[in-house]
Structures are given as structure tokens and as C-alpha cells.
Design a protein around this ligand. Structure first.
Ligand code: FMN
Length: 213
């Protein structure tokens, strides 16, 4: 795939149905994506982020089980995709497509060749906005850079958080100490085809604000 930076930014989709479950991902390729992600900013340049690359079959099955349990809860959430009817017919069609895609991922997640878990040193204790933002800001940019680098290498990812409803179990699967937080699970695989397009988004005017919200 040859993409300009702006093309990569506009076409890094949540890939669920087009993850190639039958093709292994080389460890070198994954490490290369981490090498790029490592260039992301972090608070005080402390570089407190980590990437756990899970290829072990049993661990992927265990994480997959948490993901599916999380999805079961999510189905009942009033603000979730399953419960909210959105305005127009087109909006509702988009909602149904995401649900179908999510269901597909849930039923195949243990077969996705790599589960990438971005983590950060820290705990949820520092509730002050400045500290929480600094902590999360020290991993989210790197994690998204990983997704962008993966896209540039012909890999697909999907940002997911469902398994985090069970943080203790999730930490135990990965042998993480209590002072390290997982922030996402990115199922990662080669994509089936490499063409992805920009997605529909809400009107720009709704989110661009000059001077005041
Ligand atoms: C914080 C966050 C949590 C998400 N959690 C999940 C998830 O648990 N499962 C999933 O399949 N997708 C998840 N997504 C992906 C969104 O559904 C997706 O970004 C959205 O539908 C737009 O699709 P696109 O990324 O292809 O543009 C999450 C995205 C974000 C940013």
C-alpha cells in the first residue's frame, strides 16, 4: 500500500469483516509498527506506554471470551448501538452495518492472529483532569499511531474496549501489575484487499468552533 499521510489518516477504518484470519502476521512487521508508534508524544517525554502483542492461542481465546461477555452487557446499554434508533433511514442503515460487523468480530475474535494491547504505566487514582489527561495522552497517540502504521503496512485494526469491563481478569491474562492500565484491544491482521474509503461523519460545522463552544 502506498498512501500519503492524509490518505492514511482518512482511511484507517475499524476493520472487522476484512481481517484475514488465515494469514499470519510476521513479528517483524508488528515490531516495525511499534517502532513508528514509539515516535508519538508522551507527558514529560516519559514514554510510559507499552504494547503487548498477543499471538498465543489460549490468551487470545481468553481475551475473546472477555470481549464477548463485554458485548453481552453492551447490548443492553441505552446509549449503545443496539438500543439507539438514529434519525434518518441512512443513519439507521449505518448503525445496522456496524452491529453486523461487530457481531462478526465477536464470533471470530479468537481467530484474529494478533491482539495488540496498548498499555500505560499509571492507575485510575489520579482523578484530577490534568493528571488523567496526561496519563491517557501518554498512550492514546501512540496507540493510534500503531493503527496508522499498521494500515500503511497492509494490516487492519479495530479499536475496541469491550474486554476492559473486566480489568482484573484482563490484567491477569497478560500478567500486568496493578499499576499498568490497558486502554484498548486492537485485533490486528492483514486486510482482505487494501482499499478503504473515508467514512460518513457528522457535519463539520457541528464540531468546528471558533473561540467558544
Ligand atoms: C473508544 C472507542 C471504543 C470502541 N470500542 C469498540 C468495541 O469495543 N468494539 C468494536 O467493534 N468497535 C469499537 N470501536 C470502533 C467504533 O465502532 C468505530 O470507530 C466507529 O463505528 C466508526 O467506524 P470507523 O472507525 O471505521 O470510521 C471503538 C472506537 C473507539 C474510539
Amino acid at each position: 500500500v502506498t498512501l500519503t499521510a492524509l490518505e492514511a489518516l482518512a482511511t484507517t477504518r475499524s476493520v472487522r469483516r476484512r481481517l484475514d484470519l488465515d494469514r499470519d502476521v510476521s513479528p517483524d512487521l508488528l515490531v516495525e509498527c511499534v517502532r513508528v508508534a514509539q515516535q508519538a508524544p508522551s507527558a514529560s517525554n516519559r514514554q510510559t506506554f507499552h504494547f503487548v502483542l498477543v499471538t498465543d492461542t489460549k490468551q487470545r481465546a481468553a481475551l475473546g471470551e472477555l470481549f464477548c461477555r463485554g458485548l453481552e452487557n453492551y447490548r443492553h446499554r441505552p446509549d449503545g448501538l443496539y438500543q439507539t434508533q438514529r434519525g434518518s433511514q441512512e443513519d439507521d442503515h449505518r448503525r445496522q452495518r456496524i452491529i453486523a460487523s461487530l457481531e462478526h468480530l465477536a464470533s471470530h475474535i479468537d481467530r484474529v492472529p494478533v491482539h495488540v494491547i496498548p498499555c500505560v504505566e499509571g492507575t485510575l487514582e489520579p482523578a484530577a483532569l490534568a493528571q488523567t489527561s496526561a496519563m491517557m495522552g501518554s498512550v492514546m497517540p501512540a496507540a493510534w499511531s500503531f493503527a496508522l502504521a499498521a494500515r500503511a503496512q497492509g494490516l487492519g485494526t479495530c479499536w475496541t474496549t469491550l474486554h476492559l469491563q473486566f480489568p482484573n481478569e484482563a490484567n491477569a491474562i497478560l500478567g500486568l501489575p496493578d499499576d499498568v492500565l490497558q486502554v484498548a484491544l486492537l485485533p490486528t491482521a492483514h486486510t482482505i484487499g487494501t482499499k478503504f474509503s473515508p467514512a460518513h461523519r457528522r457535519p463539520l460545522d457541528d464540531i468546528v468552533h471558533w473561540q467558544r463552544l
